[in-house]
Design a protein around this ligand. Structure first.
Ligand SMILES: *Cc1c(COP(=O)(O)O)cnc(C)c1O
Length: 354
C-alpha cells in the first residue's frame, strides 16, 4: 500500500489523560477512490481536509454510509488488536448496497484498516476501556444536482483515541420511549449505517435530553408499541431467566456488539430470544417482578445498564443493580477479550503486528 507519512507526528500534543469521544484524530488516514467504474488501490496519507465539489451528491442528498469499530491495546502484552472487523466489512457492503454505492472488496477494507492501525498504533491508549476508534466513511463525490447515484466515491478511514462513550456518566441510563418521532420504518434504511439515519434522530434526541433523559428508546414506526433500539445501541432485557432482544427485521441495525452479547450468553447456557418486544409486556413484567435487567450494546459504549424507561408518561423502573446482573459480567468478558486478557475463543481479534 502506498504510504505517505506525516512530516511531524501530533502524538505528543494529544492529551491522553483526558480523552473524550472523537475530538482527537491520529496522524494518518486511508483514502480510496471509485472512478470510472473501479475502486482504486487505497493509499495512506496525513489526516487532512478532503477537497470536494460544493455540488457533491453526498452533501445534497446524503449518499453516504459509515462504520465504527475499535482497536485495543493488550493489558499484558501491549499489542494492538482489532475487534471483529470482518463483521464491519460485511455490514459496510450491505449499507453501500442499500444506497447504490458500488460495493468495496472486503479484503481491501480489512487490509486498509490493518495497515492504518499498524502505522498509528502508538495512538492506541493503554487504559482498560479506552480504544483507538476506527471510522470508515464512504461518500459520493460527484458534483451534480440530479437525484441519482453518484458516478464517483471516496472511502476515507481515520482513527481517534477515545474513552468509553458513557465514561463520564457511569450511572444507569434513563430512556424515553419515543412515541411520536420515528428512526426507521419498514422498507427504509434502519438496518444500514447511513448518515441520514443519524440526522433524523438529532432533533428528537435533543428534545429528550432537554427533558432530562439520557437517550431515546426507539419504537417501531407504525404502532410505536414495539421496542427497537436505545439511541445508537441495540437493547436487551432480562425477563425471568431469559434474555430477550428485538429481532432484526430491516428496521434495526445489526450491531456487532449485539451479536457478540448473544454469542457470549448462549455459550454460558443462558436462554436468549430474538423476537418482538411489546412495551406493554415490559410494563406487565415490571408489575409481575420478572423484569430483571435491561442494557444497551454498541461499539462506542460496549454494554451500559438502563435504570428507567419512561413510557407514555410513566416510568418503568428496573430493579437495583445486583450481583448476578449480566451487564457487568458481559462488560468484563467483552473488555477482557478485547484487551487480550481472556482467551479469544471465537477468533474475534486481529493482532496488528510490527
Ligand atoms: C452502529 C449502531 C449500533 C451498534 O452497532 P455496533 O456494531 O455494535 O457498534 C446500534 N444501533 C445503531 C442505530 C447504530 O448505528
Amino acid at each position: 500500500m502506498q504510504v505517505e507519512k506525516v512530516a511531524a507526528s501530533r502524538l505528543a500534543d494529544a492529551d491522553f489523560m483526558n480523552l473524550g469521544f472523537g475530538d482527537v484524530f491520529s496522524d494518518h488516514m486511508v483514502t480510496c477512490k471509485f472512478e470510472e467504474g473501479n475502486w482504486s488501490e487505497p493509499k495512506i496519507g496525513p489526516f487532512e481536509p478532503i477537497p470536494m465539489s460544493p455540488a457533491s451528491l453526498a452533501l445534497h442528498y446524503g449518499q453516504t454510509v459509515f462504520e465504527g469499530l475499535k482497536a485495543f491495546r493488550g493489558t499484558k502484552d501491549g499489542r494492538v488488536r482489532l475487534f471483529r472487523m470482518d463483521k464491519n466489512a460485511d455490514r459496510l457492503q450491505d449499507s453501500c448496497e442499500r444506497l447504490c454505492i458500488p460495493v468495496l472488496d472486503r479484503r481491501i477494507f480489512i487490509d486498509a484498516i490493518t495497515e492504518l492501525v499498524k502505522l498509528d498504533q502508538e495512538w492506541a491508549p493503554s487504559n482498560r476501556g479506552e480504544a483507538l476508534y476506527v471510522r470508515p466513511i464512504v461518500i459520493a463525490t460527484e458534483g451534480h444536482l440530479a437525484v441519482r447515484p453518484s458516478a464517483s466515491y471516496m472511502l476515507v478511514i481515520f482513527t481517534s483515541p477515545v474513552c468509553e462513550y458513557f465514561a463520564q456518566s457511569r450511572s444507569r441510563l434513563y430512556l424515553k420511549a419515543e412515541e411520536r418521532f420515528t428512526r426507521a420504518a419498514p422498507g427504509g434504511t434502519g438496518y444500514a449505517k447511513t448518515a441520514s439515519n443519524y440526522a433524523v434522530t438529532l432533533r428528537p434526541i435533543n428534545d429528550s435530553v432537554n427533558q432530562g433523559y439520557d437517550q431515546i428508546l426507539w419504537l417501531d414506526g407504525q404502532s410505536h408499541r414495539f421496542v427497537e433500539e436505545a439511541g445508537q445501541m441495540n437493547i436487551f432485557f432480562r425477563l425471568g431467566e431469559t434474555v430477550v432482544t428485538p429481532e432484526l427485521g430491516g428496521t434495526i441495525l445489526p450491531g456487532v456488539t449485539r451479536d457478540s452479547v448473544l454469542t457470549l450468553l448462549k455459550e454460558q447456557g443462558i436462554p436468549c430470544l430474538e423476537r418482538r418486544v411489546l412495551m406493554e409486556e415490559l410494563v406487565d413484567a415490571e408489575a409481575a417482578g420478572t423484569l430483571q435487567e435491561s442494557f444497551g450494546a454498541g461499539t462506542a459504549s460496549v454494554v451500559v445498564p438502563i435504570g428507567r424507561i419512561n413510557y407514555l408518561g410513566n416510568d418503568i423502573c428496573l430493579p437495583e443493580a445486583s450481583n448476578d446482573d449480566l451487564c457487568p459480567a458481559l462488560y468484563d468478558q467483552i473488555l477482557g477479550i478485547q484487551h487480550g486478557e481472556l482467551e479469544d475463543r471465537h477468533q474475534w481479534m486481529t493482532t496488528v503486528d510490527g
